[in-house]
Design a protein around this ligand. Structure first.
Ligand SMILES: Cc1cc2nc3c(=O)[nH]c(=O)nc-3n(C[C@H](O)[C@H](O)[C@H](O)COP(=O)(O)OP(=O)(O)OC[C@H]3O[C@@H](n4cnc5c(N)ncnc54)[C@H](O)[C@@H]3O)c2cc1C
Length: 436
């Protein structure tokens, strides 16, 4: 039988394994638990995910798959998200809910949007900054889109391409902008108006359920290198595993570090792919019902975080009775080391300034996760080199899957489907029959 090895026990690796399960693939995961970004952590009675991990499914296949492996495990929610700016909370998305902001701001947003409708198209947007200006106009750009995204991406938005925005940022119609300015709230816009979340145990139950379908999942095994010529991988533990087919869900730059004889020029280009990191501070607070929202965006620089979420509003099971929990997201450049204590103190101060925490609130617990590769940056370098980088890996028999293996803006659903696609590619290449 052909031997299939999968590196990474996140959703993509486990999904690849699941779709190849009749061929008994071996999954190797460096952490001591499967799940990758979909792990959850229990601490002092709280359950924390890596920030918020909410399931939005577009695809019938994934809906069926998830209900098959986890029947009746999810609660269903209508999104309650908001933006806090100019000391005002407005419903998400900003562009269609400006009512409540100062009158001058509302006017600039509406007039600017109307101007975009009559402007001559003048070619497609050259970059994300231009896309924002052309799509939303000067007011919405100035009061939300530019400050929020500059804070989030930590760079000039002219350096970011516009090839990822169409599905993830909702573009309103004129009547929605006008309704929103008049206080006739626009509900249900954007890619995530409704979502699912596990009733118990945090998001970790999803990768765990996939892993239960597999026979050979090895945790605590860190890949050290890939010998693509002799077709084996070596783990830091000294374990060696030969393969006929290899699937990597490692970030593309990390995969290139693993291949001993990869051309230096390609390794160099892979190393120049850019990502943004997220420092995720999770806290438990000794007060119930701290917010009625699922999450809140903070575009202004006076707040250190760009988003704060409230997991107990997804599932009561993640915080003990009489308490609340919060995830705080601070983006940073991967090599920038934030001072944790200072950052934590600043978060508490800023949460008080926003009226979310009270001065005498007791913090019961704190769990910090620094996600090095969190958001792939879409830029010209990615546009120019990604295909070549992935094609080369494939030419060496290394199939790639997942958010970082494909270096894309993948949701959990996309990552599951990407693992499936890698599995199917192997079956096609090897002429093995599709599993039933
Ligand atoms: C901040 C944030 C919030 C998100 N929120 C949502 C959301 O609300 N909804 C949604 O649908 N999606 C969300 N996502 C996206 C979602 O997390 C990803 O699409 C998905 O988890 C990616 O799975 P993956 O398997 O591709 O990658 P990963 O989860 O990163 O898995 C890769 C695995 O490889 C392992 N590994 C790395 N190096 C080695 C090595 N040398 N040897 C062995 N193993 C190794 C890692 O430990 C990891 O387990 C979010 C992502 C981020 C960053």
């Amino acid at each position: 039988m052909k031997k299939i090895v999968i590196i990474g026990g996140g959703l993509a690796g486990l999904s690849a394994g699941y779709h190849l399960r009749e061929y008994d693939p071996s999954v190797f995961e460096k952490e001591h638990a499967v799940g990758g970004l979909c792990r959850s952590f229990s601490q002092d009675g709280f359950t924390f995910d890596c920030t918020g991990h909410l399931i939005h499914l577009k695809n019938q296949y994934t809906k069926d798959l998830i209900s098959k492996i986890l029947p009746d495990a999810f609660g269903y929610h209508e999104r309650l998200a908001a933006i806090y700016s100019k000391s005002t909370m407005t419903p998400y998305p900003f562009q269609a809910n400006t009512y409540g902001l100062p009158a001058e701001v509302i006017k600039e947003c509406v007039v600017g949007f109307v101007e975009t409708l009559t402007a001559s198209p003048n070619g497609g947007p050259k970059n994300f900054h231009e896309w924002v200006m052309k799509t939303f106009g000067t007011g919405i750009a100035k009061h939300f889109m530019l400050p929020y995204n500059e804070k989030f991406w930590k760079q000039d938005l002219r350096a970011i391409t516009a090839d990822w925005v169409s599905w993830s940022i909702p573009k309103p119609k004129l009547d929605e902008v006008v309704n929103g300015a008049l206080g006739l709230t626009n509900k249900g816009m954007g890619y995530n108006p409704k979502f699912m979340y596990p009733r118990h145990g945090g998001i970790h139950c999803l990768p765990k359920a996939l892993a239960r379908q597999l026979r050979s999942v090895h945790v605590g095994e860190t890949l050290e290198y890939i010998d693509a010529k002799k077709k084996y991988v070596r783990m830091k533990s000294g374990r060696e595993e030969s393969f006929d087919f290899l699937i990597s869900t490692l970030p593309v730059p990390a995969a290139y570090q693993m291949i001993r004889d990869a051309p230096d020029a390609l390794r160099h280009e892979a190393g120049r792919l850019q990502a943004i990191s997220v420092l995720n501070i999770n806290i438990g607070v000794a007060r119930p019902n701290i917010s009625d929202q699922h999450w809140i965006y903070f575009p202004e620089d006076q707040f250190i975080f760009s988003r704060v979420g409230f997991p107990a509003n997804f599932s009561k099971s993640v915080a003990p009775d009489g308490t609340s929990s919060m995830y705080i997201e601070i983006t940073h450049r991967p090599h920038e080391q934030l001072n944790l204590e200072e950052t934590f103190e600043r978060c508490l101060m800023d949460l008080q300034a926003a009226g979310i925490l009270l001065k005498d609130d007791r913090i019961l617990t704190r769990h910090v996760i620094d996600i090095k590769f969190a958001y792939v940056v879409f830029n010209e370098h990615r546009q120019k080199h990604l295909h070549t980088l992935i094609d080369y890996l494939e030419s060496r028999g290394i199939y790639t899957a997942g958010r970082y293996g494909r270096w894309d803006y993948f949701s959990m659903e996309d990552s599951i489907l990407s693992g499936k696609a890698a599995g199917e590619q192997i079956l096609k290449t090897s002429a093995l029959p599709l599993p039933s």
